[in-house]
Design a protein around this ligand. Structure first.
Ligand code: CP
Length: 333
């Protein structure tokens, strides 16, 4: 893992989707507009039918994806793997490349990407060092590269896509929403992609609940505000407004604090969702989301509440959205 001080801000400027996914890297939610999201979500609904009804579909037959994960993952890696296979494609899964690939012998990211590019039609990459995704995409000239998590200060755009899809599925809109986003907003890459996505739609208001030390970076706060999303920072659950459309809780990521565990202990689990908090501040229709894993910030008693979608639709939608994305990027739909 890389120290925070060594990390770089992500580079910007990947190609816009503009309704055409074919062959494009997926690096940032900034590549999307509402038309492209509508197209992706239409295909996602079809993919859901295919998966739920176990309909045979081999649109990705003959296609090979490399899943290269420098950081641990359950959902992102598992759902990309499942998505490829649901559609007749194949995967080469490289987990923990720092120990089980030639990275352990000193191979550079450049050479690793060039190697797997030769064997595949697409590379899905998660890396612990922010900025590595753009770097890898610049190297991979012949295959698209998909960002599955770009360090602690970059993005996780496919999580943002499945989160938007999930919100839309439950609220039937992506505009004029009021939501709470809680936890580590400083180094939470999922929230950076989600807020970018919500900023594409008018009238969205977000209450950002976090300890002051792990607030959204100031430049992100200013940029997202400039894009039109109304942001209000709060540091107490009593300030959560009633009847919001969604709560999006996140984990304080211990792996980002390895050089400052004291600070981790200070900020972790400052805001825990239990049944009492949910009943007191959420509305009847508020959905409770979490990108997972959770490590105590939502108590298990809440799992049975009908508003809790993090173990249900939110996980399943990850596979459907990734089925759609892979099909579109590989030019099969
Ligand atoms: N949401 C998410 O990225 O989970 P994993 O780390 O398990 O992939």
């Amino acid at each position: 893992m890389t120290s925070l001080h060594e990390q770089q801000r992500p580079l910007s400027g990947p190609e816009k989707i503009n309704g055409n996914f074919r062959g494009k890297d997926i690096l940032s939610m900034d590549q999307f507009d509402t038309r492209s999201l509508n197209l992706l979500f239409d295909v996602t609904r079809n993919m859901r039918e295919i998966a739920v009804n176990a309909e045979p579909c081999d649109v990705l037959k003959g296609k090979q994806a490399v899943l290269l994960f420098y950081e641990p993952s359950s959902r992102t890696r598992g759902s990309f793997d499942a998505a490829m296979k649901q559609l007749g494609g194949q995967t080469i899964v490289i987990e923990d490349p720092q120990h089980f690939s030639s990275v352990a012998k000193g191979e550079t990211l450049e050479d690793t990407i060039r190697t797997f590019e030769a064997y595949s039609d697409l590379i899905v990459l998660r890396h612990d060092k922010t900025g590595s995704l753009q770097k890898a995409a610049d190297i991979a000239e012949s295959v698209p590269l998909v960002n599955a998590g770009d360090g602690g200060q970059g993005e996780h755009p496919t999580q943002g896509l499945l989160d938007l899809y999930t919100i839309n599925q439950h609220t039937e809109r992506l505009d004029n929403l009021t939501g709470v986003i809680a936890g580590d907003l400083l180094m939470g890459r999922t929230v950076k992609s989600l807020i970018r996505g919500l900023a594409l739609y008018p009238g969205n208001r977000l209450f950002l609940l976090s300890p002051e030390k792990i607030r959204l970076p100031r430049e992100d706060f200013e940029e997202f505000s400039r894009r039109g999303v109304e942001l209000t920072e709060i540091d107490n659950t009593e300030d959560i407004p009633p009847d919001t459309d969604f709560w999006y809780w996140t984990r304080v990521q211990k792996e980002r604090y390895l050089d400052n565990l004291e600070e981790y202990e200070e900020v972790k689990n400052r805001f825990v969702v239990n049944q009492e908090l949910l009943d007191r501040y959420a509305g009847e229709k508020t959905i409770l989301m979490h990108p997972l894993p959770r490590v105590g910030e939502i108590t298990e008693e809440v799992d049975k509440d009908k508003r809790a979608v993090y173990l249900e639709s939110q996980i399943r939608n990850g596979m459907y959205v990734r089925m759609a994305l892979l099909s579109l990027v590989l030019g099969k739909i």
